[in-house]
Design a protein around this ligand. Sequence first.
Ligand code: PMP
Length: 358
Amino acid sequence: MSDKQKKQNWREYVRRIDPYVPGEQPKERNIVKLNTNENPYPPSKRVEAVLRGLDPASLRLYPDPDASVLISAIAKHSGVDEDEVFAGVGSDDVLAMAFMTFFNSREPLLFPDISYSFYEVWADLFQVPFEKVPLDEAFRIRTSDYKRANGGIIFPNPNAPTGILLSIREIREILDANRDSVVIVDEAYIDFGGESAVPLIREYDNLLVVQTFSKSRSGAGLRIGYAVGSRELIRHMRDVKFSYNSYTLNPLQIMGGAAMIEDEEHFRKCRDRIIATRERSAVRLKEMGFSVLPSAANFLFASHPSLGGEELFRFLKEHGIYVRHWNKARIENYLRITIGTEEEMEQLFRVLALMIKE
Ligand code: PMP
């Protein structure tokens, strides 16, 4: 058989990808889990009532493909119209759908070099050309770096894993310089101290703001995320979604999610507690010699002058405390520590004190 006639093997054309690696979800019970930015407090009691009230017999039917009850609750909460909202299975699903819908140019997609590592994985998966834009020496996003030809822009605000916030003025600066690109602001952590860019969707029809129920709403297990943007952007996302998987959200998510976002009082109480614990924890870490980046999120990004990141990570894990660490240039000596309850943070400080004494 000549080379031309040789049959191809599927292994030559399989889509190969280096997958995103989520934080560990350990099976042991007696651990302090500060590694995936979950909320340490349970969701609103209203969610429990709704979930208990669901009739299992209704599960024989397909769910509402428009998730109308949930979309309507999110629209009300966000002060926008229902056709300006798109919901999905966690913000990861929403972001993946947005990548598929909007990032289809030959120009590179721009995102920070130290950021949510899933962006690079989606860009690879959907074959989107991209460039990682270095943060400055203080781990800040420099808005001037985003004033150049591109096929789209995405960044978290506050950024992850640094926790550093961009002001609305800085976001406007990026939007003003990029009227012809879709700009996605990933606001997974915005409720912990930042100002949301949602109101800007009326001025910028190219702005998509993505939020999640996983952090400030205590709903990581329910898997709900959403995007708010102009009617035109949302329509394009819906077209892609209905060309891919119509029934993404199930009745538990639709009904439970609506109840989750409606309980503002519970939300505020938990959020304020987390912010207070974050501020106290930052002070404690600094007293122990850590340098801590200013965080507007539900985590702290901290490094110690004499203890390596890997070393700290291992020691904490051996003592049942899980935090997040990346073996990556510039951040290899940092730990990302999710803000837990006051008691959980006390346990963390106790173990850190052991290590610092050693
Ligand atoms: N964006 C950022 C910046 C995140 O850190 C996370 C959490 N891993 C997500 C999006 C996705 O969260 P979820 O899919 O739970 O909404």
